[in-house]
Design a protein around this ligand. Structure first.
Ligand SMILES: Nc1ncnc2c1ncn2[C@@H]1O[C@H](COP(=O)(O)OP(=O)(O)OP(=O)(O)O)[C@@H](O)[C@H]1O
Length: 214
C-alpha cells in the first residue's frame, strides 16, 4: 500500500509566504491536482514533496508498500517531471534515459529504457541528439525520464505542456495506468479541466498568507 501524508506544511522565501498550513492524505491509486495562480507555489510544493527542497515547517511522509520511507530516501521513490528540468542536449534520447537508469542503479535498465522510449512515442527519434528535439518531444522525454524507474509517487508539473493531441492522450493513459497500479500522482496545473479530472484538488491560492505585521 502506498500513502502520502502532508502535515501542516508551509513554505516561505524570505518575507514571501507561499502556502501555509497545507495538510492532505493520499492513498494508493489517487490523483491530486495542485492549482493556483502563477507564483502561488505549485512547483515549490512539488519540489518539497520530492524531497529536494525543505519546507519552512511541517512534514511530508511517504509510505511505499506499507513501509515508511526515510525523508532522505524519498527522492529515490519519486518521479518528477517538470518543464524546468534540463535534459542533456548533447546526448540522444536513448543516452539520456540510459544515463538516468545507470545513475539510479535500475536493474534491467536497457529494457526499461526501450519500454519508455516506445511508451512516450520517441522510438523513431531515439538516436537523435536532444538538441534538435521540439518542445513537445522534450516534454515526452521528461515524462519518460521521470517514470523510468517505476516510482510509486509521480510528481507531474504541467504534464501536458507543449504536447499535441496524441501527447494529451498519452498523459491520460499514463494517469489511468498509475491509478490501476496503486501509484500516487500529484499534478500541478493551471488547466481547470485537467484539475477536475483528478480525484482530489488542492488550491494554493486559498492557502496563501499575506505577510503579517512585524
Ligand atoms: N529558490 C527560490 N528563492 C526565492 N524565491 C523563490 C525560489 N523558488 C521559487 N521562488 C518564488 O516562489 C514563488 C512560487 O514559485 P513557483 O515556481 O513555486 O510557483 P508556481 O505556482 O509553480 O508558478 P507558475 O504557475 O508560474 O509555474 C515565486 O514568487 C517564486 O519567485
Amino acid at each position: 500500500m502506498n500513502r502520502l501524508e502532508v502535515i501542516a506544511l508551509s513554505k516561505r522565501f524570505g518575507f514571501r509566504q507561499l502556502f501555509d498550513g497545507l495538510s492532505f492524505v493520499m492513498t494508493a491509486g489517487q490523483t491530486l491536482a495542485v492549482t493556483g495562480p502563477n507564483g502561488s507555489g505549485k512547483s515549490t510544493l512539488l519540489r518539497i514533496l520530492a524531497g529536494v527542497l525543505r519546507p519552512s515547517s511541517g512534514e511530508v511522509r511517504l509510505q511505499v508498500n506499507g513501509r515508511w520511507i526515510e525523508a532522505t530516501d524519498r527522492p529515490f521513490h519519486v518521479g518528477l517531471a517538470a518543464p524546468y528540468l534540463q535534459l542533456y542536449d548533447g546526448f540522444t534520447a536513448r543516452e539520456n534515459l540510459a544515463f538516468i537508469a545507470r545513475a539510479r542503479g535500475l536493474a534491467e535498465g536497457s529494457r526499461w529504457v526501450e519500454h519508455w522510449l516506445e511508451r512516450v512515442g520517441l522510438r523513431a527519434f531515439a538516436d537523435e541528439p536532444v538538441a534538435i528535439f521540439s518542445s513537445g518531444m522534450r516534454q515526452r522525454l521528461r515524462l519518460a525520464a521521470a517514470l523510468l524507474t517505476n516510482p510509486p509517487l509521480w510528481l507531474l508539473d504541467e504534464p501536458r505542456s507543449n504536447l499535441d493531441k496524441a501527447g494529451h492522450q498519452l498523459v491520460e493513459s499514463l494517469l489511468a495506468e498509475a491509478q490501476q497500479q496503486g501509484r500516487l500522482v500529484v499534478v500541478a496545473t493551471n488547466d481547470a479541466n485537467e484539475a477536475a479530472a483528478c480525484m482530489l484538488q488542492v488550491d494554493l491560492q486559498a492557502l496563501a498568507k499575506l505577510p503579517g505585521p512585524a
